[in-house]
Ligand binder design. Sequence first.
Ligand SMILES: Cc1cc2nc3c(=O)[nH]c(=O)nc-3n(C[C@H](O)[C@H](O)[C@H](O)COP(=O)(O)OP(=O)(O)OC[C@H]3O[C@@H](n4cnc5c(N)ncnc54)[C@H](O)[C@@H]3O)c2cc1C
Length: 503
Amino acid sequence: MSDDSRGVTITPQDDRYAGLVEGYNHRFTGRPEVIRRARTTDEAVAAVQDAVDTGRRIAVRSGGHCFEDFTASPDIQVLLDLSALCAVSYDDAMGAFVVGGGTRLDRLYQELHDGWGVTVPAGTCFEVGVGGHICGGGYGHLSRRDGLVVDHLYAVEVVTVDETGRARAIVATREPDDPHHDLWWAHTGGGGGSFGVVTRFWLRSPGPAPATPEQALPRAPRRIRRADVTWSWDDLNEESFTALLRNYTDWYEKNSAPDSPGRHIWSNLIVLHRSAGAFFMNTVVDEDVPGAAELMAEHLAAITAGTGARPVSVEEQVVSWMDTWMPSYSWPSDPRGRYKNKAGYLRRGFTDHQLAAVHRHLTDPGYDNPMACLVLTGFGGQVNAVAPDATAVPQRDAVIKASYSAGAWTAPDEDELHIAWVRRFYQDVYAETGGVPRPDDVNDGSYISYPDVDLADPAWNTSDTGWQFLYFKDNYPRLQRVKKRYDPRDVFRHALSVELPPS
Ligand SMILES: Cc1cc2nc3c(=O)[nH]c(=O)nc-3n(C[C@H](O)[C@H](O)[C@H](O)COP(=O)(O)OP(=O)(O)OC[C@H]3O[C@@H](n4cnc5c(N)ncnc54)[C@H](O)[C@@H]3O)c2cc1C
């Protein structure tokens, strides 16, 4: 180990190396020659400069929760670890909260909550890092109330490399007259690892500078009403299962306008494979919203109405948001877990063909994995109050995010089995649109923070629509222009990074 202007240097012989080259998805283990642990922006600049000067490929890691190998592909020679950049404070000059580029979500939530009683509508997994999460758009259970995290992103400090190979840190804000405004914009959903290294994020809701920190971000809920509903697969046939899914997507179609009272409701329908025996729906509403109990009751009644399928249990309680619900809903890493995830936005409910495919694969008798699932997450509401080109996230009229997961398994020799199942499932659901969620009146592409390299593979994407459009739609050419201006040497790249425009 050594410690110089490039941060702490960790080599393969160091005991800490193994923990830093493994992330959430244990299908991928990086093999960098060196890890640089930057503790300041200057150290991040020096580490990037050194990688460029020595001609070595560099990648940056924040929370290590990427589904694909973007920080662990075998050709990465230098891994820049930002986990030491994890301070959260209020910056009076910016009128915004400043957050280190490697901060984990648990720390972010705790600091914002304990210090100022505010929060951001980010994800529920505590171990996720802001570095990848915010750059990808970031959403969570408060997004229907408050929008995406990037709707509250005021500025970024980014280490970029110019055409001469010089690394430097640039601060870019959402102020329209900021000369680096486009660099800010690219970080509102263009994905991590494409433009540079974000060493600091500033968070502040839209509008003029707030008078106090407490006005800079949405109020954190105090108490939350939660309902956890469980169904047994034994009580459902294809008809009742299909009716349940239809009810769920219908409810979101009807209750996802930006100002709908239903925006206070958020639920996750986690349909585990039949081998699990049962599956769940978790719903939450801020207990301090007027009529919270009635909103919850209406949601639960609408989902179960007319299905003939009685849940085996419905548990409802009011608990502290920060101390009880948030930790209980985090997804702790499985120390050996291997995953393959796929995703798609829904503008409205699945077609009949899609529903039949969902049922077929989740009840596939030839596959046995109680962890495999389809998760349908409530979306829309205030997310849809923002124009498709105002940030880099173009999906602004979807009502549900669907994610298809074959995780988690632990044996490497089972990779093929599980990956093949989720590929078949996804290909079948999207059979009418070339095996991918090509935007139409039902589907709306996919989410770059749930990256899936199959979308770039003609064997799995047989549509006429490239991965670039599936993730970024009409925002892609602007992202490419930002790429050309701020990363003309393509220093920051991975399998689904924004490409340089054709010259
Ligand atoms: C269990 C789990 C739950 C999740 N839940 C949600 C959720 O509720 N909502 C949601 O929106 N997403 C969710 N995600 C997706 C998550 O937002 C992405 O996986 C995100 O990219 C993870 O960020 P990270 O920093 O932890 O990952 P990393 O693996 O460190 O990085 C991911 C990508 O971002 C790049 N990157 C990392 N840090 C920086 C930086 N500082 N500057 C520039 N680029 C950087 C990396 O190079 C890489 O390309 C979840 C993921 C997991 C595994």
